[in-house]
Design a protein. Sequence first.
Length: 289
Amino acid sequence: MDENPTVLVTGATGNVGGQVVAQLRERGGVRVRALTRRPESAGLPDDVEVVGGDLFDPESLDAALDGVDAVFLVVPALRPDGREPGLVARIARRARRVVYVSADGVPDDRDALTGGIIAAHATIEHLLEDAGVEWTFLRAGGMATNTLGWAADVRATGEVRGPYAGLSRSLVHEADVAAVGVLALTGPMLVGARPVLTGPEILTHVEQAAAIGDAIGRTVTYREVPRDEMRVRIVDEWGWPADAADAALDAWAAMVGNREGVTATVEELTGRPARSFRVWAADHAPDFR
């Protein structure tokens, strides 16, 4: 990378992207450019260049990509929708390096694709591999920030209602995903790598709810919702397509009692142990109070 490179951070006002912006600023030696659909309300520091644009409208990205050396890419998609080739092609014409937030479970074999969110991530991975850019795919396990979807229930009743109480995951803190992303953006060590990032421990939904309760000083419980009822909720309330809902429910069902693995990747790359879910819950306690 060039000295003092310009890095475009997409999702810059979100959880992972916001951490990337903060950690790049702390590191120094990088010109940070933040992409947001609403620049006027971004609320980012004055030394961050805020630019408008929408990933789902690639033609809106030209100003954001002008003079960019690297892109931190977060694409909020539930399934492939045909717009990915245009997006990746436009980024690849301008940027030398792309660090993409993908997901654990994306198969390396292109003939082994599944549906839903995994297929969306796999599609972008394959397009970036073929685009002639330096790439890194951050294959994150379950993101701890997904439990922010419980916040309204926690505040209202102290009871979370959702699928599969015994679903077990090693949830990763967004700050740890960002830390590895910053390494990939600013140095050569992770070019062409697919690091799998997890938290340091496996917790069930019940244990996650209890950890949030400990962080806010009140009891938080988890009540399992039957699959059919949950499917209706995902489609009608969350607005997900039916096939994406089915794919997600199938994936979650497979995690019951399966206790997905824990990797040491965060510590190996950053020199610091991955943050636990209990640390994450304490960091986000105000969201649940």
